[in-house]
Design a protein around this ligand. Structure first.
Ligand SMILES: NC(=O)c1ccc[n+]([C@@H]2O[C@H](COP(=O)([O-])OP(=O)(O)OC[C@H]3O[C@@H](n4cnc5c(N)ncnc54)[C@H](OP(=O)(O)O)[C@@H]3O)[C@@H](O)[C@H]2O)c1
Length: 272
């Protein structure tokens, strides 16, 4: 159960990510009446969730509200327009959380003033409560606020606090963008299976369920990935033959090094 400081949790934007967080908060026991959603037109499923749970809703920031938490989940490109009208919600004990990719603490401070602020980077599996989030807070974030933000973020999966704001770019490159790498792995395995003689749709079903099942095994097992890999690799067997290719000097590791470095560089560029 998330401990709620005085003042509401104000969610800005009830789209994919904001909606997943709202749904997680309600499931974890946050009282709907302690949440205020500001969104000019939440998607129908969110409008129903809001109405069914007694969550307050407004299309713009109401007067006379000082938020305990302002959780910003709008697209990065609208942040510049969305932030200034939120300033009246920020009081001395408010903590601001932004999940907007690439928007720095300095950018947020320019619009909302010098407040306790956290940048967080969740990922798409947050939609099913199976994401992972990297977070960094500025020096104004108190231990109690950090603990409250941690509780709010962890409804979508584990939360990892990083040591510098720049680390958020690396988090973006690894776990923020990471689900796409795994989906592409499925595509590559399916295509290779087709080339090995399987019908395309069968190869895709096999690849998809293999990645999903291996992911679930990794999730449930206490063993780390390399131990699980070794467990299915008999010396001289088929898996060993494939891994000799994947683990060669010009195999997957250098490719991943390049891919993650490219994503990190792009995250830095977008942050300006
Ligand atoms: N989705 C992910 O996996 C993921 C991962 C990491 C970080 N993020 C971050 O999460 C943020 C939201 O992404 P998303 O995919 O959830 O976007 P989204 O589905 O478009 O949700 C944004 C919501 O904000 C609403 N909105 C627009 N203008 C608003 C305003 N002035 N005040 C309040 N609400 C407003 C939008 O309404 P309309 O649709 O009517 O415009 C929409 O309901 C982004 O900054 C993204 O970088 C997302």
């Amino acid at each position: 159960m998330v401990a709620v400081a005085s003042g509401p949790i104000v969610l800005i934007g009830a789209g994919n990510m904001g909606g997943a967080m709202l749904s997680g908060w309600l499931k974890s026991g946050v009282n709907g009446a302690d949440i205020l959603v500001i969104d000019p037109g939440p998607p129908p499923a969110m409008a129903k969730l809001i109405a069914d749970n007694g969550v307050r809703h407004a299309t713009s920031a109401p007067d006379g509200v000082e938020a305990a938490v302002i959780f910003i989940a709008v697209k990065p490109q609208v942040m510049e327009a969305v932030l200034p009208p939120l300033k009246p919600l920020v009081g001395p004990s408010t903590v601001i959380v932004s999940v907007a990719a690439g928007k720095t603490l300095a950018f947020i401070e320019t619009h909302l003033g010098a407040a306790a602020t956290v940048r967080a980077m969740p990922n798409t599996p947050a939609m099913i409560g199976r994401g992972v989030t990297g977070a960094f807070g500025n020096a104004r974030v108190s231990d109690a606020q950090r603990s409250q933000v941690h509780d709010l973020l962890k409804v979508s999966g584990p939360v990892e606090w990083v040591e510098t704001e720049g680390d958020i770019d690396a988090v973006t490159a690894v776990s923020g963008s990471g689900p796409a790498y795994v989906f592409y792995l499925v595509e590559c395995m399916a295509e290779a299976g087709r080339k090995a003689g399987l019908k395309a749709d069968l190869a895709m079903r096999l690849a998809r369920e293999t990645v999903a099942g291996a992911g679930e095994l990794l999730h449930q097992s206490p063993d780390d990935a390399s131990k699980l890999r070794q467990n299915v690799t008999s010396p001289g067997g088929t898996t060993a033959a494939a891994l000799a290719v994947l683990m060669a000097e010009d195999g997957m590791q250098p490719l991943f090094d390049q891919a993650i470095a490219a994503a990190r560089k792009r995250a830095e560029e977008l942050a300006g």
